[in-house]
Write a protein that binds this ligand. Structure first.
Ligand SMILES: [Zn+2]
Ligand SMILES: [Zn+2]
Length: 279
């Protein structure tokens, strides 16, 4: 399913929408069902000019790097997801460190704790998380954290392993306002997913109302978590606009203000080039 092409033409200027950066998607999974060039072109037409594709194990981290080399405006991260925590062994950590040296790698993750699915025992998850936190710090990379129903342990393990001069992000943020404030105080950004468009996401709406835009990022986590009106369908980076729009509505600011702030935050955190270059 690899599309070996020369660098495809990439529409660099969105038609109407302000520029957005999808800070968390799984392009390697999307590639299993769709043509990546089309997915990226359609995203760019909706203003999504840059995407970060996230590793969840060694193989997907390698895929992320391949995709980032193949497509302009795609960046990669490397790391082992808590679901795969059992795989985190010294040889894997060495491999991740080696992959992280690639020029397309902008962050370390996703790593963290998932106490909802518990695909790996929690003790193993905590060990894999801590070991990778130390590695990320050594590599001087910002950290992408996955946290499901594990807020207290995430906080505790971050405190133990920190501080993290490069900062990081709690992706797909699902905590309450108190946890949001703790994370912001620790220097972490909060990334808002399409879940924000669900009417049930009241606690997330409260977080967005109270946390300043300078601490927020936007993401799709595609192919998962499509926003309304595509809920339940396969998600894609092009749907990011619905998330940004909802944040604007909640904060009672313009879409342009949300786009400008979250894009600037993403560029700063991940040291991305400014996207308004001529390609
Ligand atoms: Zn995740
Ligand atoms: Zn993810």
């Amino acid at each position: 399913m690899k599309h070996i092409n020369t660098t495809p033409p990439h529409p660099s200027k969105p038609i109407n929408n302000p520029q957005l950066i999808d800070t968390h998607c799984h392009l390697d999974m999307i590639a299993a069902h769709a043509d990546v060039n089309t997915v990226l072109s359609e995203a760019a037409q909706q203003g999504v000019t840059q995407v970060i594709t996230i590793g969840i194990d060694v193989q997907s981290s390698q895929q992320a790097i391949l995709l980032a080399h193949r497509y302009q405006d795609v960046y990669a991260t490397v790391g082992v997801h808590p679901h795969n925590a059992g795989e985190v062994k010294p040889a894997v950590l060495r491999k991740l460190a080696q992959l992280a040296g690639d020029s397309t790698v902008v962050g370390f993750g996703e790593i963290g704790l998932d106490y909802v699915k518990n695909h790996a025992p929690q003790k193993i998850q905590r060990r894999a998380f801590t070991e990778q936190l130390h590695l990320a710090k050594e590599l001087n990379l910002p950290i992408i954290i996955h946290d499901r129903e594990a807020h207290a342990d995430i906080y505790r393990l971050l405190e133990e392993a920190g501080p993290f001069p490069q900062g990081g992000v709690i992706h797909c943020f699902s905590g309450d306002l108190a946890f949001a404030e703790q994370m912001v105080a620790m220097g972490f950004a909060l990334s808002i997913p399409g879940v924000v468009t669900f009417s049930s996401a009241r606690s997330l709406h409260e977080v967005i109302r109270h946390i300043d835009l300078t601490h927020l990022l936007v993401e799709t986590d595609s192919p998962y978590l499509a926003p309304v009106p595509f809920r339940g369908k396969r998600n894609e980076p092009k749907f990011l606009i619905y998330t940004a729009q909802k944040i604007a509505e909640i904060k009672e600011v313009s879409l342009a203000a949300v786009a400008q702030a979250t894009t600037a935050n993403a560029i700063r955190l991940f040291h991305l080039p400014h996207a308004d270059h001529d390609s």
